[in-house]
Design a protein. Structure first.
Length: 360
């Protein structure tokens, strides 16, 4: 066990004994995300470094404090990548923060989420015990898959010390097509295309003063991409990488133009039609993710619209202080499971208190 990890464990044991809350932090790129920040800072910078990388096995194991940019650079040198395109939000995120937040970029609907690529991890629980879950292959779990449970837990269950990830080769070909379509027509076409053997990878529908614009990214074999371009039509876009990077990091002009309104993320089934919202959303993930800029008074209507469509709404970035729940409150059975998990992993309640839910 290295010195940095030993120091973290001793700090956690002392905090548990004293009941002192700890705030786990990697690069701080997602400090805005979640209910609130509370506790003494427990930085993961010392838990950095690529521990092992087997390009032929498509597996990499890294310390939680490893900068995401460093990992992606190492993968790119071998022609590989993290297919779920983790966002950076203009900051310097770490691998541990990437897993803890569980956020994915434009390719999520086609390539899968962060959770789908977590093979195993080492975790320090609230008792200061170092636990190891999963491994370095896909079929390594008998029973409850604790490794993937940590994706999206926002550090409330423990300190991720190390994580093993599945990686994939970069696609040999890529193209972006642009269509002028209304939101309803874009959703209908995306649903129809989803039922065809097309190399769909990402989509983004943007409202504007006119009809609206759908950007569609294709990735795959050269022949498949070229055939799809001919079949789908649209206007082919050269040098579209900057657009998708801005889309990934919420830096498109649409996001900047929200002014003093809150940014909401609605997660709904891909087949959901256009929703009754205060204004047209930005639509990603072939219809499954819809961003809405709204006044604080619209919070209830947004949550009702998402629930009616079979999904949920998250107050992703608040324009100012608020007591609104950032995440949709859980139904009683799920709430009971969440609280029991917290009690088992963090009995003293020291990790990221109030980050995921207001009262624990």
């Amino acid at each position: 066990m290295d010195a940095a990890l030993s120091s973290c464990i001793e700090r956690i044991r002392a905090a548990a004994a004293a009941g002192t809350p700890l705030r786990i932090r990697g690069g701080g790129s997602k400090d805005f995300y979640g209910q609130r920040l509370e506790g003494e800072l427990l930085a993961t910078a010392g838990l950095a470094g690529i521990r092992s990388y087997e390009p032929s096995e498509l597996v990499v194991t890294v310390g939680a404090g490893t900068p995401l940019a460093e990992l992606e650079q190492a993968l790119a040198a071998q022609g590989q990548c993290l297919p779920f395109e983790p966002p950076r939000f203009g900051g310097a995120p770490t691998v541990g923060g990437m897993v803890a937040a569980g956020l994915s970029g434009p390719a999520r609907a086609s390539a899968g989420s962060v959770r789908d690529y977590v093979l195993g991890l080492a975790l320090v629980n609230g008792r200061g015990e170092l636990l190891t879950f999963g491994g370095q292959v896909m079929k390594n779990v008998a029973g409850y898959d604790v490794s993937r449970l940590m994706a999206g837990a926002l550090g409330t269950l423990g300190l991720i010390a190390e994580v093993s990830l599945k990686v994939l080769p970069q696609a040999p070909a890529e193209a972006t097509l642009r269509f002028e379509l209304s939101q309803g027509e874009a959703l209908r076409r995306l649903n129809a295309w989803g039922g065809q053997p097309l190399p769909l990878n990402a989509s983004c529908w943007l409202p504007d003063a006119g009809v609206g614009t759908l950007a569609l990214r294709l990735r795959g074999a050269q022949a498949a991409v070229e055939a799809a371009c001919r079949a789908l039509g649209g206007e082919r876009q050269d040098q579209a990488d900057a657009f998708w990077t801005q889309c990934r990091d919420l830096q498109l002009p649409w996001f900047a133009d929200r002014g003093d309104r809150d940014l909401w993320r609605l997660s709904v089934p891909q087949v959901a039609p256009a929703l009754d919202l205060p204004e047209p959303p930005l639509v990603e993930w072939h219809g499954a993710q819809r961003w809405v800029a709204a006044d604080r008074s619209d919070a209830g209507a947004l949550r009702r619209a998402a629930t009616a469509a079979g999904g949920h709404a998250t107050l992703f970035r608040s324009a100012g202080p608020t007591d609104l729940p950032r995440f949709t409150p859980l139904q009683p059975p799920l709430d009971r499971i969440q609280r029991e998990l917290k009690r088992q992993f963090d009995p003293a309640g020291i990790f990221n208190r109030g980050r995921l839910f207001p009262d624990f």
